[in-house]
Design a protein around this ligand. Structure first.
Ligand code: AMP
Length: 433
C-alpha cells in the first residue's frame, strides 16, 4: 500500500517524501483512515512500529482542514499527553517535519525548564499542544491553560504514564476537555487499569494491535552474559573495545548507577554521557543530541529518561542491569532494530538479577542465548552458602536453565578490583544447553 491510498493531502505526502518514507507501516495503514474519519482509536503498539506518524499524520490533516474556523488566542485545538519530556520533544519534532508544508502551530509543555515561554505560547493559542501531565496541571492550576476547545486528545504510552503515577493528573486534565472530542489512546501493554481507562475514555473505538509487547522483535539479536556485579564495568569496557559497537544505549537501574558508570567509562577513555531524571532538561537534551550526532559513543540512561526516545540507526542496546519489570526489557531492546533495521541487545545478569531474568524469559517466551566465552564469568563464593543454595535451587529446579558448571569455589580480586576466576578455584554457572 502507498501513502496516497490513505487519502492524505498533498502537503503531507510531500513531507513524507522528504522523510524518505516510501510506504506506511502496518499501524499507519490501519490507523490513518479511521482517525481521518473521526473515530476513537485504541492502539496497542510499542515504539518502533511507526505509531507516532500513525496519529500525527491524520491529526495534521484534520487540523489543517478546520484551521480557519477554530484557531484563536488561548485556543488549543488538540492535545497529546506523553510520559516523558524527551518523548514530548520528539513528537513535536515529528509534527514539525510532517507538517512542514502547512502552517500549523505547535507547542511543548514539559517540566524542568522555565515556564514563562510556555505561558506565552499558551496565550497565543496553538493547533497542537504536546505536554507531560505534571507541568500541564501546574499551568492549568495557575489559569494559563484553557483546554475547552480541544477537539482531539492523544494519550501516548498510557501504560507508562500509569507506571509513573500520572493517573490522577491525567484524569484531572481529561476532566477539563470537552466531552465531545476524538480520543486516540496508545499503550504498549494491556494491564487491567488500561482496559478500564480505555472503556471509560473511548467511544466505540477502532482497535489495532501491533506486535504484542511479549514478542521481542525478531530482527533484534539478543545475548546474555552472566557476570558478577563488580566485573560488569570491566566486561562492558572489554566489549566496547570491539569497534563494531559504534554507539550503544546502556541502561542502568539507578541514577547513581548511571553516573558511576559514566565516570568509569570516561576513565577508560570511552566517551559517555548520562541521561536521567536528576539531570536538568538542558543537560538531558544536550546528552541526547551529542549521542545522536555521534559526539558521545555511549549514552547511559535510566528507564524513565529513555522511554520512547527514538535514535535512528541505534545498533546496540546494553542492559547493564536487568529491569525488574519484564515489559521494560522489551521496551529497552526495542530502542534498537527500529524501522526495519537490525539491532543487537546485550544483557548483563548478576546473581541478584536471576529472578528478573526468569520473569523476562517467561514474558518473551524465549531463552536469551548466553555468551559463555568471556573473561568475567559469574563466580559464586562458597563463603556465602545461602547464595549458593539459593542459586542452586533456582537453577536446577527452574526452567530458565542456568546450571552450575564444574570446579570448586573461590574468587580472587586483582589489584584493579576485578574479580576473576582461577582454574579450579571457582564455580562457574553455565546454561544448560
Ligand atoms: P515510532 O514507532 O513512532 O517511534 O517510529 C519509529 C521510527 O520509524 C521513527 O524513526 C520514524 O521516523 C520511523 N518511521 C515511521 N513511519 C515510517 C515509515 N512509514 N517509513 C519509514 N520509517 C518510518
Amino acid at each position: 500500500m502507498a501513502f496516497e491510498q490513505l487519502k492524505l493531502i498533498p502537503p503531507i505526502l510531500r513531507a513524507l517524501a522528504k522523510e524518505n518514507y516510501t510506504k506506511p507501516t502496518p499501524i499507519q495503514e490501519q490507523a490513518i483512515p479511521s482517525v481521518l474519519e473521526g473515530r476513537d482509536l485504541f492502539g496497542c503498539a510499542q515504539t518502533g512500529t511507526g505509531k507516532t506518524a500513525a496519529f500525527l499524520l491524520p491529526i495534521i490533516q484534520l487540523l489543517s482542514k478546520q484551521q480557519e474556523q477554530t484557531s484563536g488566542k488561548h485556543v488549543i485545538r488538540s492535545l497529546i499527553l506523553t510520559p516523558t519530556r524527551e518523548l514530548a520533544i520528539q513528537i513535536s519534532d515529528n509534527f514539525k517535519s510532517y507538517g512542514r508544508f502547512l502552517n500549523l502551530r505547535s507547542g511543548v509543555i514539559v517540566g524542568g525548564v522555565s515556564q514563562k515561554a510556555q505561558e506565552q505560547a499558551l496565550e497565543q493559542g496553538m493547533d497542537l499542544l504536546i505536554a507531560t501531565p505534571g507541568r500541564l496541571i501546574d499551568l492549568m492550576n495557575q489559569g494559563f491553560a484553557d483546554l475547552r476547545h480541544v477537539q482531539i486528545l492523544v494519550l501516548d504510552e498510557a501504560d507508562r504514564m500509569l507506571d509513573m503515577g500520572f493517573i490522577h493528573d491525567m484524569r484531572r486534565i481529561i476532566a477539563k476537555l470537552p466531552v465531545k472530542r476524538q480520543t486516540l489512546f496508545f499503550s504498549a501493554t494491556m494491564p487491567l487499569e488500561i482496559t478500564s481507562l480505555v472503556d471509560s475514555l473511548l467511544t466505540n473505538p477502532v482497535k489495532i494491535e501491533i506486535t504484542p509487547v511479549s514478542s521481542t522483535a525478531e530482527r533484534i539479536k539478543q545475548t546474555l552474559y552472566f557476570v558478577d556485579k563488580p566485573n560488569k564495568l570491566w566486561l562492558l569496557i572489554d566489549l566496547l573495545q570491539e569497534k563494531s559497537i559504534e554507539s550503544a544505549l546502556v541502561f542502568t537501574r539507578t541514577k547513581h548507577g548511571a553516573d558511576r558508570l559514566v565516570r568509569g567509562l570516561t576513565k577508560a577513555q570511552i566517551t559517555a554521557q548520562a541521561i536521567h531524571g536528576d539531570k536538568s532538561q538542558n543537560s538531558r537534551q544536550a546528552a541526547l543530541k551529542n549521542f545522536k550526532q555521534g559526539v558521545t559513543r555511549i549514552l547511559v540512561a535510566t528507564d524513565i529518561a529513555a522511554r520512547g526516545i527514538d535514535i535512528e540507526e541505534l545498533s546496540h542496546v546494553i542492559n547493564y542491569n536487568l529491569p525488574n519489570i519484564p515489559e521494560t526489557y522489551v521496551h529497552r531492546i526495542g530502542r534498537t532494530g527500529r524501522a526495519g533495521l537490525s539491532g543487537i541487545a546485550i544483557s548483563f545478569c548478576e546473581y541478584e538479577e536471576i529472578p528478573y531474568l526468569k520473569d523476562i524469559e517467561k514474558l518473551i517466551k524465549l531463552k536469551i542465548p548466553v555468551t559463555e566465552d568471556h573473561p568475567y564469568p559469574m563466580t559464586i563464593n562458597e563463603s556465602t552458602p545461602n547464595a549458593v543454595s539459593v542459586i542452586k535451587t533456582s537453577v536446577t529446579s527452574s526452567e530458565h536453565g542456568v546450571t552450575p558448571g564444574q570446579g570448586d569455589n573461590s574468587t580472587r580480586s586483582d589489584s584493579t578490583g576485578r574479580k576473576g576466576t582461577s582454574e579450579g578455584s571457582s564455580r562457574r554457572w553455565r546454561r544448560r544447553s
